[in-house]
Design a protein around this ligand. Structure first.
Ligand SMILES: [Mg+2]
Length: 201
């Protein structure tokens, strides 16, 4: 199968990376904080944080923009990709960063070093629904629903990779919320089980 896999939230722990640096930045500025990804309950990180944090937005973004090579992993991702690669074609579909000059090239190096994923197997786009494959795995409800709308076919499988940031779906109408939740998979172990099941069907 051709598996389309998002990077942040599936392989890379962007929220943790961001919050660790925000905590560090705050401690330098004598207002220590201990934010963790569980506190991020919406798509935009700052919406889940106190108003005061908006002041640090620019500095923290700039700093992490230069450090994409050091982003931490989602638990189980390294073993999971290794396992899936044995049988499947893997393509990473990730949104590029326009605020950092080095983000995309650093990301490519990170993917190769840690997952042996080559440049040719990375697609940078925010229009993820335009990419065709058998399984689409992403932690953005919007991306998953858009991909589903475009590829609504019994042989195509959208997966919403569970994260604290995609659990509250108040903005959606009930039928869309039920649909999004029906695509939800929690953690890499369950993701592997799902792929194995689809492969055997
Ligand atoms: Mg993501």
């Amino acid at each position: 199968m051709l598996l389309l896999i998002d990077c942040d939230g599936i392989l890379a722990n962007y929220s943790k990376f961001f919050l660790d640096h925000l905590n560090l930045f705050n401690s330098y500025n004598n207002r220590p904080t201990d934010y963790t990804p569980d506190q991020i309950t919406g798509w935009h990180i700052y919406d889940s944080l106190p108003e005061i944090e908006k002041e640090s937005k620019k500095e923290v973004r700039e700093f992490i923009g230069k450090n994409a090579k050091h982003i931490p992993f989602i638990p189980g991702a390294i073993e999971g990709i290794k396992r899936l690669k044995q049988k499947h074609d893997i393509v990473i579909v990730t949104t590029p960063s326009y605020s950092s000059d080095t983000w995309t090239s650093d990301r490519a190096k990170w993917l190769y070093k840690n997952f042996a994923i080559k440049d040719k197997d990375i697609i940078y786009t925010a229009r993820k629904e335009l990419v065709d494959g058998d399984v689409f795995i992403d932690d953005s409800v919007e991306n998953v629903l858009k991909w589903y709308d475009k590829h609504n076919n019994k042989n195509k499988t959208p997966v919403l990779f569970d994260q604290p940031s995609n659990r509250i779906l108040d903005d959606l109408q009930e039928d869309r919320r039920i649909l999004a939740n029906s695509f939800r998979i929690k953690g890499w172990d369950n993701l592997i089980k799902k792929i194995d099941f689809l492969d055997s069907a």
